[in-house]
Design a protein around this ligand. Structure first.
Ligand SMILES: N=c1c2ncn([C@@H]3O[C@H](COP(=O)(O)OP(=O)(O)OP(=O)(O)O)[C@@H](O)[C@H]3O)c2ncn1[C@@H]1O[C@H](COP(=O)(O)O)[C@@H](O)[C@H]1O
Length: 104
């Protein structure tokens, strides 16, 4: 099993843990708006890291972003496999071609 799939499974299990003992459970207890906001914050922190030259910082912020996105998907009951399937569906289609086809 790959890392993201393992983390998805762990997050699904931790959802039901005590918020005192689990960051995932604590985040879930705050509700969807707070979780979505946290994803936004992690995205902004990733962008800020990308504008700097600290490679480790960008790796760490990217990990935070992916982790929080997985929590959001879990709360919205969307399996990671659905996101992967959407990426698979897009595979081989140039983003530029796809954009051009939208304006036709
Ligand atoms: N990968 C992660 C992971 N990445 C980041 N974080 C936490 O995400 C939080 C976000 O950090 P920030 O600095 O942005 O914010 P903060 O000030 O600490 O938190 P806020 O109070 O502002 O929300 C930190 O508490 C990190 O420890 C993670 N917490 C958990 N996991 C994974 O989730 C699993 C389950 O964790 P628990 O639910 O805590 O058991 C763990 O075994 C890990 O595999």
């Amino acid at each position: 099993m790959d890392t993201l799939s393992r983390l998805e499974k762990t997050i699904a299990q931790r959802m039901f843990a005590s918020p005192d003992k689990s960051y995932v459970a604590k985040l879930k207890s705050k509700g969807l708006p707070q979780i979505a906001q946290k994803v936004g914050e992690e995205a902004v922190e990733t962008v800020i890291a990308a504008m700097g030259d600290d490679r480790e910082e960008l790796v760490a912020e990217s990990a935070d972003l992916l982790m929080h996105l997985l929590v959001l998907l879990q709360v919205k009951d969307i399996p990671l496999a659905d996101v992967m399937a959407e990426l698979d569906r897009r595979e081989g289609t140039s983003g530029l071609e796809e954009k051009a086809s939208r304006s036709e």
